[in-house]
Design a protein around this ligand. Structure first.
Ligand SMILES: NC(=O)c1ccc[n+]([C@@H]2O[C@H](COP(=O)([O-])OP(=O)(O)OC[C@H]3O[C@@H](n4cnc5c(N)ncnc54)[C@H](O)[C@@H]3O)[C@@H](O)[C@H]2O)c1
Length: 303
């Protein structure tokens, strides 16, 4: 199958590219390297270093003629979205509308889109959060990612092609940027390697749904042949505290640095985990890598 992956030089996208190549697919990557890296992209994939708003993209789509377009390129920072909502919307809203339109024009039969389970629902009314929970984002990023969902559905509905939308929990694993604002595993691992203390926001007992990136890649493989018309959460269904992350990571890294507690992050949702039974029923997907095993794989990749 010919698959075009946007954001394929980024953290999650690069794992998806590898999973597609391992299944024998032909992969083209579109990424402007805003946060992604050329070195993340497997040599067997063709990297087009262009912006999703670039005119050049029309030629890339027309000549590659992707059968599936997997859209992971995004402005992925909540903080940046708060500081510059217009920029955030241009990439995550307008950019997604453009990618969906190009996919249709190139004759693709399916669009797969990465949305955000951690931000589109807002403050959970009940746990675990199911897909029919009200959409009530508390950030510009959550709003723009949901806007992207609507554009993908609109383009697919109008053209009569398929789509799958995934709402991920908090991904972690190899190649996550330790200098980013999110990704507490990567941030703590980076600090531990540098021998610097880790600051835990608040009391560290807040619980989020941390999912190993390889499990996300597998969901994207399954979506090539199943899950048409599906909007599904992709997470573990369980919450893990920041204190537990520090503890497990410390053990795995043989770490001796201290943790200290900082102020709670303003506006942060305290407890959050996703119900993932829909993905299991429709795709046969469920997480295969435990939190501890995911940490071990992440630490191994740092060696
Ligand atoms: N990391 C998570 O926990 C998480 C959770 C939910 C959803 N997501 C979504 O998954 C996707 C991947 O996230 P990630 O964590 O791998 O982030 P990332 O920043 O590593 O990946 C995003 C990629 O998109 C590229 N990009 C950004 N703007 C672009 C543009 N204008 N044109 C072309 N390429 C552009 C970047 O260079 C980067 O390679 C995003 O859509 C994000 O919103 C991530």
């Amino acid at each position: 199958m010919r698959i075009l992956v946007t954001g394929g030089a980024g953290f999650i996208g690069s794992h998806i590219v590898e999973a597609y190549l391992a299944e024998g697919h032909e992969v083209a990557v579109v990424d402007n390297l805003a946060t992604g890296r050329r070195s993340n992209v497997d040599r067997r994939a063709t990297l087009h270093e262009v912006d999703i708003h670039s005119r050049e993209l029309e030629h890339i789509f027309a000549s590659f003629q992707p059968e599936v377009v997997n859209h992971h390129a995004a402005q992925a920072s909540v903080k940046v979205g708060q500081a510059d909502p217009v920029h955030d919307l241009e990439i995550n809203g307008g950019g997604t509308a453009r990618i969906a339109r190009l996919a249709v024009a190139a004759g693709a039969r399916k669009i797969i889109y990465a949305s955000s389970g951690g931000t589109v629902y807002g403050e959970p009314e009940c746990l675990p959060v199911t897909e029919d929970h009200p959409i009530a984002p508390r950030s510009n990023y959550g709003t723009s990612k949901y806007t992207g969902e609507l554009y993908v559905q609109l383009a697919a509905r109008t053209a009569g092609i398929a789509y799958t939308i995934f709402r991920y929990g908090n991904a972690f694993g190899p190649r996550q940027d330790p200098h980013g604002e999110a990704g507490v595993v990567a941030i703590f691992a980076g600090l531990m390697l540098a021998g610097r203390p880790c600051t835990i926001d608040g009391d560290g007992e807040q619980k989020k749904d941390y999912l190993y990136v390889g499990d996300i890649a597998r969901a994207n493989v399954l979506a090539l042949t199943a899950g048409d018309g599906l909007v599904a959460n992709i997470g573990t269904g369980e919450g893990t505290t920041v204190n537990h992350i520090f503890h497990v990571l410390s053990e795995a890294m043989g770490n001796t640095v201290e943790s200290r507690n900082g102020p709670p992050r303003p506006g942060d949702v305290r407890n959050f985990w996703l119900d993932c039974s829909l993905a299991k029923a429709k795709l046969g997907w469920q997480p295969a890598v435990s939190f501890e095993e995911g940490i071990r794989l992440t630490v191994d990749s740092l060696a």
